[in-house]
Design a protein around this ligand. Structure first.
Ligand code: 6PG
Length: 243
């Protein structure tokens, strides 16, 4: 596994680099005549990145016809709920670009969670090629909570041990909110996994993870290890202040 750490002055600079890298990845696959499969992260950090996709030069510059958008996790709420990761992305860019509807693979948060975990896993398997027995995303984006959770894989949760399924039903430890999340085997099977981490409040856990790469840590984010791929940390100076 190749690990890269990019430290930016602020969220704006982080988003600018990310949108350029996103566009580059799409162009590279398009020139090879291949579709590209992303899994977007939730939370608030990606919003600025998403919004920049609707601004010049990207609004006209990206050919969306072979771009497939999935999510790494979703809250079990309807798509118009303020908690919905899909709603955030749809408001920020999806509703403003000409991406084919069938290329947007939202997790159906309003479905019964157990049913949706299987349905979404089927949708992933039906669209992506497999490697090592799991579907392989081209690029998975992840956020990180102040407790070191990522996607909806929370510390000490049984979902961390899931090594067969593609998706699991998770539960937020404080609110009890049901979530659907990709499992670690799927995340670690991706060609490229990028954490987007910004803000002072993330600094202690980020330091712990980046400075203890070979030490077992209690943080789910520390268990992201795309063996045959690239792991990147796009972080701002505030989150990197402990390094
Ligand atoms: C979610 C996310 C979660 C998020 C982190 C960071 O559904 O909440 O997938 O893993 O990425 O909690 O969230 P912020 O970007 O809001 O700090």
């Amino acid at each position: 596994m190749k690990r890269e750490i990019y430290i930016f002055n602020d969220r704006e600079e982080l988003a600018n680099r990310l949108v350029a890298d996103f566009n580059k990845a799409i162009q590279e696959k398009a020139s090879a005549g291949e579709p590209i499969f992303f899994a977007l992260s939730g939370g608030s950090t990606p919003r600025l990145f998403f919004e920049k996709l609707t601004k010049p030069p990207y609004l006209e510059g990206i050919s969306w016809k072979d771009v497939n958008l999935f999510w790494g996790d979703e809250r079990c709420v309807p798509p118009d709920d303020s908690e919905s990761n899909y709603k955030m992305a749809n408001d920020a860019f999806i509703s403003r670009i000409d991406i084919p509807e069938e290329n947007v693979h939202r997790i159906i948060g309003e479905n019964p969670p157990e049913f949706e975990a299987y349905r979404y896993a089927d949708e992933i398997q039906n669209n992506l090629s497999s490697k090592n027995g799991f579907p392989q995303f081209d690029w998975i984006y992840l956020g990180m909570g102040t407790d070191g959770h990522t996607a909806s894989l929370f510390p000490n949760a049984p979902t961390l041990a899931e090594n067969k399924e593609i998706c699991v039903v998770a539960e937020h430890p404080q609110t009890g909110q049901k979530r659907i999340s990709l499992t670690l085997p799927v995340i670690n099977n991706a060609k490229r996994v990028s954490f987007l981490v910004a803000g002072e409040e993330k600094a202690p856990v980020l330091k712990d993870i980046l400075e203890n790469e070979s030490t077992p840590l209690p943080y789910p984010a520390s268990k992201v290890y795309p063996e045959d791929g690239v792991l990147e940390w796009y972080v701002d100076k505030a989150a990197a202040s402990g390094l």
